[in-house]
Ligand binder design. Structure first.
Ligand SMILES: Nc1ncnc2c1ncn2[C@@H]1O[C@H](COP(=O)(O)OP(=O)(O)OP(=O)(O)O)[C@@H](O)[C@H]1O
Ligand SMILES: [Mg+2]
Length: 285
């Protein structure tokens, strides 16, 4: 059985991509799960952190990215092929992580996302863009234990196409005012979409990211999140918090020469991500 999890927050820079990458790496490495990351973000951050840039440019040129999938629907072509687009054994650890695959994004996705609403209104296509991703990946999903979808900071059509195939969504947030501000909106809008689309997606939880233990504001925001969790307004807050760490900027470099997850993340982050993934598995399986 495949578990599909979208990583989402309307706020940028809260750790969505970092969470997608780390959760996938730890699931594949420490828990022997077969994992696919889908990068739905035109910023391509997950893609360029996980694969060699030249290989990515080659994929992009050949139309072997998520861009081609959406472009096909806008221009009525059939160039996208999911098997040839998937990059196997990705990550900057050693020569890649066995069991960790990537469906890469492209900067060209920016141009296509504004044209997507045309697809549903044009009358050329029987199906709306929401089902585009589902149709494209349905043949390969069963090869994986987990599919982790790194979403852009919005709930546009491309993100919704990811939500549409997801069993769960996970909301990473820095425990500060601006990052948590949009949480009620995410919950409301995903619930509305769930009704509309007739899907059964559930919140997996809120993840505290870039936590600073000695920051009073962080503590008080977490208290208020927990209060809402207890009242049933918010989904569970994961017990594990991801600390702010300078290790991350080095870790994100594809060209770094790390060999293990321990080396990549350092002691604190390694333990945090490992505990987080244990929680994820406990709730999902
Ligand atoms: N625990 C952490 N400690 C320090 N820096 C972090 C941590 N997690 C993420 N970062 C850094 O913070 C920045 C934002 O993180 P990330 O790219 O994961 O956020 P995002 O929510 O995906 O952003 P966007 O909305 O732009 O896609 C990145 O530079 C990332 O390397
Ligand atoms: Mg991101």
């Amino acid at each position: 059985m495949t578990h599909i999890i979208s990583i989402i927050n309307l706020k940028g820079g809260v750790g969505k991509t970092q969470t997608s990458i780390a959760v996938s790496e730890f699931l594949a490495t420490n828990y022997a799960k077969k994992v696919l990351i889908i990068d739905l973000d035109p910023q391509t951050n997950a893609t360029v952190s996980l694969m060699d840039e030249n290989l990515w440019l080659e994929h992009d040129k050949k139309g072997n990215t998520i861009f081609q999938l959406f472009s096909d629907k806008v221009y009525n072509t059939e160039l996208f092929n999911v098997e040839s687009s998937i990059v196997k054994n990705v990550s900057n650890i050693g020569s890649g992580i066995k069991n960790l695959d990537l469906l890469p994004s492209s900067l060209r996705l920016i141009d296509i996302q504004d044209k997507l609403p045309l697809v549903s209104n044009s009358g050329y296509f029987v199906r709306t863009p929401i089902t585009i991703l589902k149709e494209a990946v349905s043949s390969i999903i069963k090869n994986y234990d987990y599919v982790i979808i790194d979403c852009p900071p919005n709930l546009g059509l491309i993100t919704l196409s990811g939500i549409f195939i997801s069993d769960y969504y996970l909301i990473p947030t820095i425990p500060d005012i601006l990052s948590t501000y949009g949480i009620p909106q995410i919950l409301t809008r995903i619930n509305a979409f769930k009704e509309d689309a007739g899907i059964n997606i559930k919140p997996l939880g809120i993840l505290i990211s870039m936590f600073r233990a000695n920051n009073r504001l962080h503590k008080s925001i977490i208290d208020s999140l927990k209060y809402r969790e207890r009242r049933g307004d918010y989904p569970r807050i994961f017990d594990t918090y991801i600390p702010l760490s300078i290790k991350i900027s080095e870790a994100a470099e594809f060209q770094s020469s790390v060999k293990t997850l321990g080396q990549k993340y350092g002691y604190d982050l390694y333990n945090s991500y490992n505990r987080l993934v244990e929680e994820v598995i406990k709730y999902v399986e």
